[in-house]
Design a protein around this ligand. Structure first.
Ligand SMILES: Nc1ncnc2c1ncn2[C@@H]1O[C@H](COP(=O)(O)OP(=O)(O)OP(=O)(O)O)[C@@H](O)[C@H]1O
Ligand SMILES: [Mg+2]
Length: 250
């Protein structure tokens, strides 16, 4: 079982979009679970799953609710969802008070070992105890970067947090929401993968079709696979799969 966390300290960069599209692509390689860890429940919504977590997030991460009972089938074969509901709002407090507070996500996933080839985590932004849980549980952290003058800062923030942990996962960043009409975007998309070894040479364009995932409530691969954004996510998955198979850094 390989755990892939889509994570950034920053909000609104495309984490959920990426988690849903990578999970769909992963399901083409092997059975996959998408775990929505965000009380907003956007990934749950996009996957057409009811935002109801039996027993709530607290009971799930403390082991009181068996994780298998909380998993839901999605409309797509080999792709299951662990949905989020509003109980995730209290998760920070729960984790803070729990034993092994930074390992609750890892231990919860441990109960699933063998059920899935891939687990994709969709995380809320921030650098709280939930983020430390997610980084601890992950084999690979995928970081969406939006071109801006501060783009390197958002990558470095993640790298710092990752290296803070005692079991640092690999990091694969990539550019998204790239508008090729803008010179600054074209420059960042050309230079960053050369400058920084963690940045994949794949850029997801800014595209209306990505926003339409919300109307379709579906991953790009299911309704727009051959658009530039759909193809970019397919290529990103190939690189993610390869990186996830490399031996761990720890
Ligand atoms: N490549 C893209 N082109 C156009 N719009 C995009 C693209 N990627 C993401 N978006 C849009 O940007 C918005 C934010 O994306 P998303 O919800 O995936 O970000 P997030 O990082 O998960 O946000 P949050 O921090 O709130 O969880 C959404 O409306 C989404 O449709
Ligand atoms: Mg999100």
């Amino acid at each position: 079982m390989k755990t892939i966390a889509v994570y950034s300290v920053k909000g609104g960069v495309g984490k959920t979009t990426t988690a849903v599209n990578l999970a769909f692509a992963a399901a083409g390689s092997g059975s996959t679970l998408l775990w929505d860890l965000d009380p907003q429940g956007s990934a749950t919504y996009l996957m057409q799953v009811k935002p109801k977590l039996r027993g709530g997030a607290q009971a799930l991460v403390t082991g009181q609710t068996p994780v298998r009972g909380a998993v839901r089938r999605s409309a797509w074969e080999t792709l299951d969802v662990l949905p989020a509901d509003t109980t995730y709002r209290q998760l920070e407090l729960t984790l803070d008070g729990a034993k092994k507070s930074e390992r609750r996500v890892e231990l919860t996933l441990g109960a699933l070992d063998g059920d899935y080839e891939y687990v994709v985590l969709d995380c809320p932004p921030g650098s709280s105890v939930l983020a430390r849980n997610v980084l601890r549980a992950a084999d690979l952290v995928v970081v969406p970067l939006v071109p801006s003058p501060l783009v390197l800062r958002s990558l470095d923030q993640v790298l710092e947090l990752v290296d803070d942990g005692d079991r640092p996962p690999r990091v694969l960043a990539f550019l998204t929401q790239v508008d090729r009409r803008k010179k600054a975007h074209r420059e960042v998309a050309a230079e960053l993968p050369v400058q920084r070894s963690q940045v994949a040479d794949v850029a997801v364009p800014a595209a209306v079709v990505v926003e339409r995932m919300g109307d379709h409530r579906a991953p790009l691969g299911s309704f727009a696979a051959s658009t530039p954004a759909g193809l970019a996510y397919a290529e990103l998955w190939r690189q993610v799969e390869k990186a996830a198979r490399k031996p761990a850094r720890h």
